[in-house]
Design a protein around this ligand. Structure first.
Ligand SMILES: Nc1ncnc2c1ncn2[C@@H]1O[C@H](COP(=O)(O)OP(=O)(O)OP(=O)(O)O)[C@@H](O)[C@H]1O
Ligand SMILES: [Mg+2]
Length: 637
């Protein structure tokens, strides 16, 4: 691995994987439980049945030791045989009811668990969908995927298996403890001497284990994140022969997960013997003290046998305790990560009382807009722009000038920090996002096709569109011919991210998708940049017809694409530096003229052509030829 690659690895790792020391639990277990129970309470019917079954199981556990006591203290000394059959039937009957109730409690609780998890996972997905673009800028896709899959799975373990155990154990523990206090409070209190020690140990370990599990959940998110990131960019990896490099990076992340898990197990395995020891200490005290009492004749042999039976029953919940703490800690860490998302409120939302935007004419105004993706880095400063109804306004300017940013602000992917954007006089923040976005057709710079057929992809913006409408849109986008050349035509599946299509074909599909909505406002961000001159020419022609009476914002680097626009705005560092029609800007001889001359060198005075001739058919001469072809292309009018 070269040094620079190492640096990159180190930097990216430190950015993505958080330090376990920062993983101190932020919310109390009680609060997390309250939230979780709030979710589970929806299915109270099942909870009730499960609770009843658990109470029955606990109560039945009392009966067997009582029968033992009765046999030892009453039946044997009395030498009567007849009650023995009842004792036997009692034990068997208890066992039968125990079996049914155990089934009911496990089945009902698992039912609640699965239903709760289904609800949480759906709610999480719905919530993620409702969050704004800045949330997705801040959070990594792989990490979000991991929260919806791995973290929810961990929670599932707690609810389905852990919950039954916890409820059973708590019931058993309380019932037995109360009975023991009633039967022999001295012995019972002696046994409980060790409880405060156990509670203290649990608290200490619980916090540590929980923060360790947060690290585990984060490290598995790191693995998912790496998978998502690299498998979706496999072409890049292969083209730079970086398979080994990525495998090494993956191994580092996988190692983090392994170590985090090992550390968690280490903590857990230290805790279990400590609790066990304290438990046996309690038992030793009881046995010794109980024996003293029995020898002095203060309690009967039957009583001490029953007491020891209860003690053994009491031992189960205590022994389970460390296992439960482990499950609970794991679930608490996972639910913290889940609720972190559920508690995130989007900055861009429909404000209260937002009205539906009535059908628009398409008058867009940027009024002294200030915007930056982060507060410290303003992208637009005091930006003003007007798109009159039915006109095409074009944006040109160097890369990073803020052109796409302007396209992002109209549909409210982000809100400006200052100033306002209006559509037909409505501040975009006063209307519902759905009604606003439904009236726009947007072709973004990075084209995305979803898994499905070509038809599905075009119809995405207008579910229920007829085949005729889809075909018409495809024809307008000059896509119909290439689509019908596929054996399956419109039903051809478009593989993951549309890999089976060329860049230009994808662009044409996304134009068809936007046109199908027949929107009053069209935003095209480098929508034809990947097309050859001829295709672009054809699309421009179709667009010119379709866009009559509609407003359009076109962003393009190629001057040929935008030169027929009603108004061209030249942007530099987030500000408009020139605007006018193509002819006005050429006459103005400013930045636009400079860009034009760079793209059409042959249009310059003779001196440069001579240079070209002197250099033979150099690169520049060839570029001029290509550009002159483009200049023939009609743009949107
Ligand atoms: N999601 C984002 N988060 C933070 N900064 C961003 C984000 N998108 C863009 N930027 C920054 O905002 C500035 C303007 O970006 P923008 O995409 O608007 O440029 P552009 O004019 O469209 O460039 P190009 O012609 O290359 O597409 C750039 O400095 C960029 O780094
Ligand atoms: Mg851009």
């Amino acid at each position: 691995m070269s040094m620079s690659r190492m640096d990159f690895t180190m930097r990216s790792m430190s950015m993505r994987d958080s330090d376990p020391r920062n993983n101190k639990p932020k919310t109390s277990i009680a609060k997390l439980y309250k939230k979780l129970l709030g979710h589970a309470w929806v299915h109270k019917k099942y909870l009730l049945v499960a609770a009843l079954a658990i109470v029955t199981v606990t109560s039945l556990q009392f009966i067997v030791p009582q029968l033992t006591r009765y046999t030892i203290d009453e039946v044997i000394p009395g030498g009567i045989y007849s009650p023995l059959i009842w004792v036997a039937l009692g034990v068997l009957g208890s066992a039968l009811i125990l079996g049914v109730c155990n089934f009911l409690s496990t089945f009902m609780m698992s039912n609640v668990g699965q239903r709760t998890i289904y609800d949480i996972r759906n709610q999480l997905y719905r919530h993620i969908q409702s969050l704004d673009m800045s949330f997705f800028d801040r959070n990594r896709t792989g990490d979000l995927m991991s929260r919806v899959t791995n973290d929810v799975n961990t929670l599932q373990q707690l609810i389905t298996s852990g919950m039954v155990q916890i409820v059973t154990d708590v019931f058993t523990f309380l019932a037995i403890a109360i009975y023991m206090l009633y039967a022999d409070w001295e012995l019972a209190l002696l046994l409980m001497v060790t409880f405060p020690l156990m509670a203290w140990q649990t608290r200490v370990f619980g916090t540590k284990i929980r923060s360790q599990y947060k690290t585990v959940q984060e490290s598995i998110a790191g693995v998912t994140d790496h998978l998502q990131d690299t498998l979706s960019s496999i072409k890049l990896i292969k083209s730079y022969s970086n398979e080994q490099y990525e495998t090494d990076r993956f191994s580092v992340r996988n190692e983090k997960n392994r170590d985090a898990n090992i550390n968690a197990v280490k903590l857990y395995s230290t805790y279990t013997p400590v609790i066990d020891f304290l438990n046996y200490l309690g038992m030793a005290i009881v046995v010794v003290f109980g024996a003293f009492q029995a020898m002095r004749g203060r309690i009967s042999i039957g009583e001490i046998a029953a007491f020891i039976s209860y003690l053994r029953l009491l031992q189960n919940p205590i022994r389970h305790f460390s296992r439960i703490i482990n499950t609970v800690s794991q679930a608490a860490a996972a639910s913290e990560r889940i609720f972190e998302i559920l508690d995130t409120k989007p900055d861009v939302t429909d404000k209260e009382g937002a009205v539906a935007l009535p059908p628009i004419r398409g008058h867009i105004v940027f009024d002294h807009v200030k915007f930056g993706y982060t507060e410290e880095m303003p992208v637009l400063r005091d930006f003003n722009l007007e798109i009159p109804v039915g006109q095409t306004v074009a944006l040109v300017g160097s890369s990073g000038a803020g052109k796409s940013t302007i396209a992002h602000l109209i549909p409210r992917f982000y809100d400006p920090q200052d100033g306002k954007i209006t559509v037909d006089g409505y501040d975009v923040r006063d209307v519902t996002m759905e009604s606003l976005r439904n009236q726009m057709g947007i072709v973004t710079q990075d084209i995305v096709l979803l898994n499905g057929t070509i038809r599905d992809n075009i119809a995405y913006g207008k579910p229920g569109a007829t085949d005729a409408e889809i075909e018409e849109a495809a024809k307008a986008a000059n896509a119909h011919d290439f689509i019908t050349s596929f054996p399956l035509g419109y039903d051809s599946p478009v593989g993951e991210r549309g890999v089976k299509l060329s860049g230009g074909q994808k662009q044409r599909l996304s134009i068809a998708r936007a046109l199908l909505k027949s929107p009053q406002l069209v935003i095209l961000d480098e929508a034809t940049s990947a097309l050859d001159t001829e295709s672009e020419h054809l699309i421009q022609g179709a667009l010119a017809r379709l866009l009559v009476g509609r407003s359009c914002l076109v962003i393009a680097h190629r001057i040929s694409t935008i030169q027929r626009a009603n108004k061209i705005v030249v942007m530099e560092k987030g500000q408009c530096i020139e605007s006018g029609t193509h002819d006005e800007l050429i006459a103005h001889a400013g930045r636009y003229k400079q860009l034009y001359d760079l793209q059409f060198p042959q249009a310059k005075p003779v001196r440069e052509s001579e240079e070209g001739a002197r250099g033979g058919r150099g690169e520049r001469g060839q570029r001029g030829e290509r550009s002159s072809m483009r200049s023939q292309v009609g743009a949107i009018s």
